[in-house]
Design a protein. Structure first.
Length: 204
C-alpha cells in the first residue's frame, strides 16, 4: 500500500484541515511544499470540477503519487455567482486573501441581498489519470465587515447562521463539521477504506 497522498496545494490552512480530518487513516498527507519546485497548473477551467481534476491529475502524473485536489470558492447570489471559480484571484492574479475579501465587500456595498454559499469539489487522482470525485456546499451570508481570526480566504466575512458565527470564529473541528470542504471530505472519509483499496488496485 502506497501510504503517501499528496495534497495538490501549498495552502497551509487547507493542509492542516485535511490532515486533521484524515488523521485516523494509515496515510501520510504531504503538500506541494514537500516536493520542491513543480510547474504551476493553470486553473482555467469553467467549473470547480474542471479545475479540481486538472490539479489532481497533473500532480499525480508529475510526482507519481495519488493526489488530492480541491477547487472551491464563494458563490454570491447578488453578484451573479461571482467570484466562483475566480475566488482565489478575484482581485487579480496575485491578490491576497485580504484583497479578494475587500473586493467582495466593495461589490456588495449597495446590495441588500447578502446570501452566499461555499462550494467544494474534491478530486482524488492517480498517475494514470483515473479519479474519484466528491462535492458539497454550505449556505451562509456575507457580513458588512470581517469577524474572527481563524480560517483563511473569505472565512472572516462568511457568516454561518446556525452557529451565529463567521467561519473565522469557528474552531478547526467545528468548521470541519459544517464547511463545504469538511462535508465533501466527510463523504470521502466515510468510504476511505474503499478509496485506499481503489488506490492500491489502480496505482501503476
Amino acid at each position: 500500500m502506497n501510504d503517501i497522498l499528496v495534497l495538490a496545494s501549498r495552502n497551509k490552512g487547507k493542509t492542516r484541515e485535511i490532515q486533521n480530518i484524515l488523521k485516523d487513516f494509515p496515510i501520510t498527507i504531504k503538500n506541494l511544499d514537500d516536493f520542491g519546485p513543480i510547474p504551476e497548473v493553470e486553473e482555467d477551467g469553467e467549473t470547480f470540477d474542471d479545475n479540481a481534476y486538472k490539479k489532481s491529475s497533473f500532480t499525480a502524473r508529475v510526482l507519481g503519487y495519488p493526489a488530492l485536489a480541491d477547487d472551491s470558492g464563494l458563490i454570491v447570489e447578488a453578484l451573479g455567482g461571482d467570484p466562483g471559480v475566480w475566488s482565489a484571484r478575484y482581485a487579480g492574479n496575485n491578490a491576497t486573501d485580504q484583497e479578494n475579501l475587500e473586493k467582495v465587500l466593495t461589490m456588495l456595498k449597495d446590495k441588500e441581498n447578502r446570501k452566499a454559499s461555499f462550494k467544494c469539489v474534491l478530486s482524488l487522482a492517480i498517475p494514470t489519470g483515473a479519479a474519484l470525485t466528491y462535492e458539497a456546499s454550505c449556505q451562509g451570508e456575507i457580513l458588512l465587515k470581517p469577524r474572527g481570526e481563524n480560517g483563511f480566504g473569505y472565512d472572516p466575512v462568511f457568516y454561518y447562521p446556525e452557529f451565529d458565527k463567521t467561519f473565522a470564529q469557528l474552531t478547526i473541528d467545528e468548521k470541519a463539521n459544517v464547511s463545504h470542504r469538511g462535508k465533501a471530505l466527510k463523504e470521502m472519509v466515510s468510504e476511505f477504506d474503499k478509496v485506499l483499496e481503489w488506490i492500491d488496485i489502480h496505482m501503476p
